[in-house]
Design a protein around this ligand. Structure first.
Ligand SMILES: O=C(O)CCC(=O)C(=O)O
Length: 248
């Protein structure tokens, strides 16, 4: 595998888009050689033998993104590293790489996902604050193919909510009778359809969810999350600027 000598980071326009929308897509960031090797290792972890839905092995098995050697793990990919370095000024550290498969449900009608959630800042899913996540697919994802659903602008809506109620940053908003998920849904959702190897970077306050896959192929998503190196110190702070701990 020979990654590009100088990995490209985000342009000023892409940074501005990320700050406004809460996510940004870097098309073609991952080279085909990485995708091939990641597919091979995911298939092996599932006990599958070929790249067709019927032979993917045991669906109950947990796929891995802890690829070997470590240098080829998603968070170590040069283009991904370059963007994270740029966003965090070198202060964002990788929490984990993971693989989430959405298996086809051919018998189900498709409907858009109508509600998102926050990872980390969520008492029902656990409290593990982070800064940013990146998602890429190992196979192209078409509409209705189980794409990650994002709510553009929700990072700002959530931050505004927490600014007014900092005591709820610990995930307590879930239990607040006045809380309504619509508060975090300023605009209609965006289904991240993409080619294998495109990467979407999304803010930790981005409302998101999986979606139903009625295609003929599993949706294989790799998710990586980064926390701030000072996360323990800052985890209960709702900063006056959403970008206080960023380098952008
Ligand atoms: O599988 C997906 O597209 C979404 C997964 C998700 O919501 C999560 O990892 O928190």
């Amino acid at each position: 595998m020979s990654p590009a000598a100088t990995a490209a980071a985000l342009t000023p326009q892409q940074i501005a888009f990320f700050k406004h929308e809460g996510y940004v897509v870097l098309e073609g960031a991952i080279e085909p050689a990485y995708i091939q090797e990641w597919r091979r290792q995911v298939l092996r972890s599932l006990g599958g033998s070929a790249e067709t839905p019927v032979s993917w092995g045991d669906r109950s098995k947990e796929p891995t993104a802890n690829f070997e050697p470590k240098e080829i793990r998603p968070h170590n990919h040069p283009a991904v590293r370059a963007v994270i370095e740029q966003l965090g000024g070198g202060r964002f550290v990788c929490g984990h790489d993971s693989c989430v498969i959405t298996w086809p449900q051919e018998s189900r009608a498709w409907a858009p996902t109508d509600r998102g959630h926050l990872d980390g800042y969520n008492s029902s899913l656990g409290w593990w604050p982070f800064m940013v996540s990146a998602t890429t697919y190992l196979y192209d994802v078409e509409p209705m193919g189980g794409g990650l659903t994002l709510w553009p602008g929700s990072h700002t809506a959530a931050w505004n909510y927490f600014r007014a109620r900092p005591d709820q940053l610990d995930g307590g908003y879930i239990h607040d009778p006045d809380f309504n998920w619509k508060i975090f849904h300023p605009r209609p959702p965006h289904e991240f359809t993409a080619r294998a190897g495109d990467v979407v970077f999304w803010h930790a306050f981005m409302l998101h969810n999986g979606s139903t896959n009625i295609s003929r192929h599993p949706r294989v998503g790799l998710f990586t999350r980064w926390r701030h190196e000072q996360q323990e110190r800052i985890k209960y702070e709702v900063p006056e600027s959403l970008w206080k701990y960023w380098a952008i």
